[in-house]
Design a protein around this ligand. Structure first.
Ligand code: NAP
Length: 505
């Protein structure tokens, strides 16, 4: 059974015709639409009354004031008159803000067959008394209370989830605006919110709204229910991570009732509360939290101990809520594509150069040392390279004009593990002085862009290439197994699959 009835498309076009075009484009994914009459041009605004007849699904009427994040700049009496006139058009819902005082307006709306959504908006954060205010919002049992509040950070999301808990079992619309509140949109049905508002990617009606196609095809919105297992990736930044695409495709292909979300985190302590509130089952960890999560782990695998970094967290088996076990899949994620590049086995005694000494290099250097490779580590900041050289058996040198000559001595494999060349600085080449001979295997960790400037030079020289996406997929494969006990199916590779075929020598 699917439930798309709560997914609402916000129509913010300047004309009725443009709104109807949008509606047709997204119709397969949505259950209702909201016409934002405040976005219609002055000449078109009256035509909003025709939408309920033309739409073929329930429509919400909203005329939002500027102070509530809308565009209606006229007087309140003009707005009330407009609402009264439009409401006769047969809208399923009419949105009225909590402070609206217009004698007879509610009765007129109900006479037209509409139900009132009584809404409050807070762009400054999540009020501490949100649940209390929500309970007082509806003026009659027929009204549907709605709060849209800004989640400025993880602590706000934790507060909002508390309000969801206090309001469990009551009919409501509750959502967190902004990227930190993204989970409250995707999990609307699991959390008990009657409507999830969405917009086309190019015309977001409110901060943090996703588009209906992404919600349905990537997150399988209409299938999420109380039993859906939640997984996610924490990081900062994280909203453009490819991991949701990989894991959600995997869940879908196996028919698992599970969803994987990005969690933009600015406060790890608050995130643990969020994880318990939503009962998150497993977490991928990306920069800058791979070390910061360590104290929260009740058990760590040997690689987490060796690296001092964790990229995968699962609920402890047979432990209390809030107890987490940590693993590291970056090492195997790095090694699996390397084995492939060397035809199945990495030769012993490989002489390798690694560029960069950040978090990713740690896994790379550990992986190469475990294979008996001799490693030259080059970094812009020598101090950081020195720290790694004290922990692992590698030679360290600065990434300066003398580095190319040194690297030619360690050139069976060149690993680019710095963030130089990553979008938006795609043109940057971290090692322009190095001339490829064409005999090197060149491994780039960056996966955005797919081909960095550094990798393009290596490709032109005829080197064998390993792409960042290959490592990303290989480490995700290990994570998926830890999360579900199952193998990541090939469908999970989605659009990335072709890249891998194109790039594997
Ligand atoms: P990090 O901890 O922030 O370290 C960044 C490294 O890049 C540092 O060594 C830094 O040198 C160096 N760097 C930055 N800008 C530079 C420049 N203009 N020239 C030379 N060196 C520069 O980052 P990280 O977590 O190690 O990640 C590094 C890259 O690997 C990122 O692009 C990340 O997306 C990618 N990654 C990919 C995967 C995958 O699965 N494919 C996994 C993990 C990471 P200083 O010390 O001098 O600042």
């Amino acid at each position: 059974m699917t439930d798309s009835s709560r997914l609402c498309l916000c129509l913010t076009g300047p004309t009725l015709e443009s709104d109807l075009r949008l509606l047709e484009e997204y119709r397969p994914f949505i259950g209702l639409a909201e016409v934002r009459a405040d976005f219609l041009s002055a000449g078109e605004i009256a035509s909003a009354a025709r939408l309920p007849r033309l739409a073929g699904l329930p429509v919400i009427l909203t005329v939002r004031r500027v102070r509530d994040g809308g565009r209606f700049a006229g007087s309140e009496s003009d707005r009330v008159a407009l609402l009264r006139k439009l409401a006769a058009g047969g809208f399923a819902f009419v949105d009225l803000e909590e402070d609206v005082e217009a004698p007879g307006l509610e009765a007129d709306i109900e006479a037209g067959g509409g139900r009132i959504i009584r809404s409050m908006h807070d762009f400054s954060g999540v009020p501490v008394d949100l649940a209390v205010r929500m309970r007082r919002l509806a003026r009659s049992p027929r009204e549907l209370p709605k709060a849209a509040v800004m989640t400025r950070g993880t602590a706000d999301l934790a507060g909002l989830l508390d309000a969801f808990g206090e309001l469990a079992g009551t009919e409501k619309v509750l959502l967190g605006m902004g990227d930190c509140g993204f989970a409250t949109r995707v999990l609307a049905s699991r959390l008990g919110s009657r409507i999830c508002y969405s917009s086309p990617p190019e015309a977001s009606a409110a901060p943090g709204q996703a588009d209906p196609r992404t919600l349905e095809t990537l997150y399988r919105f209409s299938r999420i229910d109380a039993g859906t297992a939640v997984y996610g990736v924490i990081g900062n930044p994280v909203m453009h991570s490819l991991s949701p695409s990989i894991h959600n495709r995997g869940f879908a292909a196996l028919g698992l009732n599970a969803v994987y979300l990005p969690f933009l985190v600015d406060d790890l302590a608050a995130f643990w509360t969020v994880a318990d509130s939503i009962d998150i089952r497993g977490i991928s960890v990306t920069a800058p939290f791979k070390e910061e999560v360590l104290p929260a782990l009740v058990r760590r695998d040997a690689l987490v101990e060796a690296l001092g970094a964790c990229n995968t967290i699962i609920r402890g088996r047979g432990t209390e809520r809030g107890e987490w076990e940590g693993a590291n899949t970056d090492v195997e994620g790095f090694l699996a594509p390397l084995r492939e590049a060397f035809g199945g086995a990495i030769p012993r005694g490989l002489r390798a150069t690694v560029i960069g000494a950040g978090g990713a290099s740690r896994a790379v250097v550990h992986a190469l040392s475990s294979q008996g490779a001799e490693v030259l580590l080059l970094n812009r900041t020598m101090e950081r390279a020195g720290e790694l050289a004290r922990r692992f058996p590698v030679s360290a040198a600065p990434l300066d004009e003398r580095a190319p000559a040194l690297a030619h001595e360690y050139s069976s494999l060149i690993v680019q593990a710095s963030s130089a060349g990553m979008e938006p600085d795609a043109g940057v080449d971290p090692f322009p002085g190095y001339q490829f001979s064409g005999r090197e295997v060149v491994y780039e960790l960056i996966y955005r862009p797919h081909v960095t400037a550094f990798l393009e030079r290596a490709r032109r020289a005829g080197c064998r290439l390993v792409f960042g996406e290959q490592m990303l997929l290989a480490q995700a494969r290990e994570q998926f197994r830890l999360f579900t006990g199952l193998n990541l199916p090939p469908e999970a590779f989605g659009p990335h699959r072709e890249n891998i075929h194109e790039t594997t020598p």
